[in-house]
Write a protein that binds this ligand. Structure first.
Ligand code: TRP
Length: 329
């Protein structure tokens, strides 16, 4: 059975894009693998959250992932900062990470360009900490989006370098976890592109009915079809794609036909779409709020997860220390 590790950013609420694009696949993934899911709160310190914000966002993220189906009985779900072995492995890996290669990563170069006044060493060594997250469990696979591919490549490089340096075959080279066919790209409501936090075009799992209605009714459309069976433009296709995720096939078919006959009224379609999104999101939102209120449960989950993670992490670290030459007299 493969060990699969998934790192979750500690800030930002889940939107439908996250849900259909990743989280939904995690549910199946955790049935078939030995999974570790963790919330990357050390990483978030590069942006200096206040202690309250740090704590609250970790709590929200944990509640949202539990509400969407991560199962603490099946997987190890933990908070990164609960596992002290990670920063120790990070220190060790840092000795074999070259400043030059770290400076050349795209995400670091972006930071240098966009925030020249705060180029801290944590940003420079971000990929090393991420490699420590992955290698601490000797993970075989990591589900990553496009923006994290280079970081995963760095983790492979550090794993290989360690193995080579100490002439061992210790760390597996972590590969991207491939969802294959199941991977869906969820469009945003602004007519073009993916649903995303930065784009501000998303519907969040914690959005209230009114907010969802408003967002959907404001979604970008076009001036409507004028010829029978005309090609569907991108903004309208995006609405159909969203509809195919939350509505019944009959509903989608109904509006597709209306479109083909040039009888479609986008207002009606949006009203239906909003209604179906609300139907989908409401039970999840309720569960999120319930879990968030249940501090006892959250504490139990985090403790149980940290215990599992620490068992695996301390074994790795013990072996790594032995390989490096930190030995008892
Ligand atoms: N950098 C990842 C992100 O921004 C989060 C992350 C931290 C991660 N450590 C990881 C992802 C290890 C996968 C593996 O989304």
């Amino acid at each position: 059975m493969d060990t699969v590790l998934s790192g979750i950013r500690s800030t930002g609420n889940l939107h439908l894009g996250n849900y259909f694009g990743a989280v939904k696949n995690f549910i199946k993934m955790q049935e078939e693998n030995n999974c570790y899911f963790f919330i990357a709160d050390y990483h978030s310190l590069t942006t200096y959250p206040t202690p309250e914000d740090l704590h609250n966002s970790v709590k929200s993220v944990l509640a949202e992932y539990l509400a969407t189906g991560l199962n603490p009985e099946k997987s190890a779900i933990y908070v990164q900062s609960d596992v002290r072995e990670i920063p120790e492995l990070y220190l060790l890996l840092n000795m074999n990470a070259y400043v030059g290669e770290l400076e050349r990563t795209t995400s670091f170069k972006d930071k240098v360009r966009t925030q020249p006044n705060n180029v801290n060493a944590g940003l420079l060594t971000y990929p090393v900490l991420m490699a420590a997250d992955i290698l601490i469990h000797k993970s075989h696979k990591v589900p990553v989006g496009k923006d994290q591919e280079q970081n995963l490549e760095m983790a492979r490089k550090f794993a290989k370098r360690f193995n080579h340096m100490y002439k061992v075959d210790y760390f597996p080279e972590p590969q991207p976890y491939n969802f294959g066919e199941q991977l869906v790209k969820v469009p945003g409501l602004d007519g073009t592109g993916k649903m995303g936090k930065t784009a501000g075009n998303g519907i969040y799992l914690i959005d209230e009915d009114k907010a969802i209605q408003k967002k959907v009714m404001r979604a970008v459309t076009d001036s409507g079809p004028t010829e029978l069976n005309s090609l569907i433009s991108e903004p309208i296709q995006n609405l159909f794609t969203l509809m195919s995720l939350v509505s019944t096939p009959d509903t989608v078919e109904f509006f597709k036909e209306k479109y083909a006959n040039c009888e479609i009224r986008y207002g009606d379609m949006k009203k239906q779409l909003a209604e179906d999104i609300i139907k989908f999101v409401t039970p999840i939102r309720k569960r999120i709020l319930e879990i968030k209120e249940d501090n006892e449960y959250l504490r139990k989950v985090a403790e149980q997860g940290a215990e599992k993670a620490r068992a695996s992490a301390s074994k790795t670290l013990k072996e790594v220390r032995e390989i490096i030459g930190f030995r008892k007299f």
